[in-house]
Design a protein around this ligand. Sequence first.
Ligand code: PMP
Ligand code: GLN
Length: 390
Amino acid sequence: MTRTDPLVERMRPFGTTIFTEMSALAVRTGAVNLGQGFPDTDGPPEMLAAAAEALAGGANQYPPLPGIPALRHAITAHEQRFWGLTRDPDTEVVVTAGATEAIAAAILALCEPGDEVVCFEPYYDSYAASITLAGAVRRPVTLRPGPAGRYEFDEAELREAFGRRTRLVLLNTPHNPTGKVFTAAELELIAGLCREHDVVAVTDEVYEHLVFDGRHVPLAGLPGMRERTLRISSAGKTFSCTGWKIGWATGPASLVSALLRVKQFLTFVNGAPLQPAVAVALGLPDSYFTGFAAGLRERRDGLVAGLAEAGLAVLPAEGTYFVTADIRPLGGVDGIEFCRELPARCGVVAVPTQVFYDNRDAGRHLIRFAFCKRAEVIDEAVSRLKRLAA
Ligand code: PMP
Ligand code: GLN
């Protein structure tokens, strides 16, 4: 071996993920970890009991490639109940190893080398890596805080991103890391471009139930989009079980079967005893979903107030687990430096959002805090953050 780095060249720009780095920093320093987005409480007891029962009851061998029928039926019933979308549980659904696998398999299945993928930056970190693994090219459109503070995109920039090689638009709403919930008008614009350029949409809706201001609108429900959208979600966020990695994609049979063709050689299947448990969770009454969002909204409000009191400029967090803040009012210039020093300054960990941009300057001064933690943890973080203002 003459090469010093055995890693393929195209993956070399991707270092250790920021989540791993910042969670390790939190452990090392004993700081409150508001970096990586994972809840610190368990999901619904009915779901946990169903998993335990399935595990003890012998559901421990390979499930069918597209997922167990009970879960596929629960996924389509859930989509119908909340979003009015109708899919065939036998041909238009696939269960995946988290949303992450669904995203990767969709891109690998649909993009030829050199094809372009339109996505909004800052983007979730796996997008860039999956696009690169497929040999495809990302065409980022930048979200920037507008006059009212909301993250917005420029219509002309979006139009320009669509071209002859555009194969996919990869849309995440509610959006990590900004907390933006795309409006119906914004989605209509995106849908129009997909129709005009005959482009497939892959939507990442893992935060579909975590909306505090506004309303979640699935792109698949817009005119002409049902036949060209793969809608991806996951149990991790909705049911506080990020370690289970049970996700899914729904869409027209042609797109789902393309995804399956790749997925069978990535993981084949996963989570046999967890699949029936997620089926139970998806069938919980509406009160579970609204109650969960209401609890999270309270914690968002507590953290937002604390960040403002600490002297940061807080951007609106309409949904998700996350809120972003501008460090410039505190004299900060670079979010990476700021986040590396934050544990020593006040015992809290956050994530610099510039690592989720191609155009890093657009996010240099922005950092992200997760509020999916117990109220007492948020309170402790807020009291520590006060040291920044001192
Ligand atoms: N997409 C987004 C926007 C996310 O924030 C996350 C993880 N938090 C994922 C995908 C990955 O989901 P999963 O853990 O189900 O793979
Ligand atoms: N999705 C989580 C976040 O944005 C982290 C997932 C991960 O660590 N890969 O914080």
